[in-house]
Design a protein around this ligand. Structure first.
Ligand SMILES: *Cc1c(COP(=O)(O)O)cnc(C)c1O
Length: 363
């Protein structure tokens, strides 16, 4: 058996769309196909605007730049997230303030976050870990942010197809929300990201930021500073086809989550971190495992790929921040991503589950 932790899934539809596009003689850089993809995503998540950019790190940076967040500003960030959330804050010269996460949702701990708010705080990042909504009421956080005059930003990179309990799509409660379409994400175009917002002014600022600060497309008049965050219509062609498959992928992800959950339920040494699959689409299958590293080696011998979950950011050499973060430390020690690609078969999952059980029976 060879069961990787993750493999992408592109099909004939994507290659046909690319061939047709190339034969039609497009410019390759972003244009009509990108606009079509933006409309598709905006409609899907229920947001007024969607601005495509080249990846989900740039989308985070663009959100901060659009709000003029920079040196002297603090941004509150969870200590369990993909490193890009923090790096984006660093990129604009602001100071990330690390906060531990909630053990049930792996989303930021609200009480600790509120305590960290001070005069310099400009924004708080809500990262929806594995598509989960936080255990607190999101409207409460929206209100706190309004009262304190800080921005709520959503890093929803892992949350396409996931909703708050109210039915609103994750990423649409903050002033802006960011998504990623890198290869491991629920759909992909190799690289890609986007910002969604209902704010017309932020939408036009984001569009200028991604196109050298041009006052409008195709002219060289610049009334603000911008960069080049554009994608290509080639990626948009792939993205449009991937969006057509999103609902199916979401169902497959929910099914595979249920299968793992059933297979491992009642086990005392390993547990799947809960996702509410009525509302959210798990991106990866997340487990908390005893003897995590040994289990990982055992599975590797059996041809099963897994991936250690993100170490606590404060412990990364790039940051080295002192502090006590018991939950993110626990995830760093025991968190393991199990094989999670949407096209995994029932037999493959059964095999993974049986090998996990075999390992714990042997120790
Ligand atoms: C994947 C991811 C990113 C980065 O996205 P890229 O497109 O790879 O730059 C940022 N934040 C989170 C939470 C992610 O999962």
């Amino acid at each position: 058996m060879n069961i990787p932790q993750m493999i992408p899934w592109f099909g004939e539809e994507e290659s046909r769309a690319l061939t047709e596009y190339m034969e039609s003689g497009g410019f390759l850089t972003e244009f009509k196909k990108t606009e079509e993809l933006e409309k598709t995503i905006a409609t899907f998540v229920g947001s007024k605007h969607c601005v495509m950019v080249c990846n989900g790190t740039i989308s985070l940076i663009a959100m901060l730049q659009a709000l003029n967040i920079g040196p002297d500003d603090e941004v509150i960030v969870p200590n369990f997230t993909m490193i890009a959330t923090l790096n984006a804050v660093k990129n604009v010269g602001a100071t990330p303030i690390l906060i531990d996460v909630d053990p049930d949702t792996l989303c930021i701990n609200l009480d600790l976050a509120i305590k960290a708010i001070n005069f310099n705080t400009k924004a708080i990042f809500l990262v929806s870990a594995n598509g989960r909504y936080p255990s607190f009421d999101i409207d409460e956080l929206v209100q706190i942010c309004q009262e304190k005059g800080i921005y709520l930003l959503e890093d929803s990179a892992q949350a396409l197809g996931s909703y708050y309990q109210s039915g609103e799509h994750i990423g649409t409660k903050g002033i802006m929300g960011s998504f990623s379409f890198s290869v491991p994400k629920i759909i992909s175009m190799g690289q890609g990201g986007c910002v969604v917002t209902n704010d017309d002014d932020l939408n036009s600022r984001l569009r200028r930021l991604k196109d050298f600060g041009r006052a409008r497309g195709g002219i060289d008049i610049h009334d603000s500073i911008g960069f080049n965050y554009k994608i290509t219509d080639l990626q948009a062609c792939v993205g449009i086809e991937q969006m057509k498959k999103l609902q199916d992928r979401i169902s497959l992800k929910k099914n595979l989550y249920s299968q793992y959950e059933n297979g491992l339920s009642g086990h005392s040494k390993i547990r799947i971190i809960k996702n509410d699959i009525n509302a959210t689409a798990p991106w990866f299958i997340e487990s908390i495992a005893e003897n995590r590293d040994e289990l990982q080696n055992f599975l590797k011998e059996a041809g099963i790929g897994t991936r250690v979950m993100y170490p606590p950011i404060n412990s990364q050499l790039a940051y080295k921040i002192e502090g006590s973060f018991p939950v993110s430390e626990m995830i760093g020690n025991n968190g393991l991503w199990l094989p999670s690609y949407a096209q995994i078969t029932v037999e493959e999952i059964n095999y993974v589950v049986s090998k996990i059980i075999e390992y714990y029976e042997s120790v």
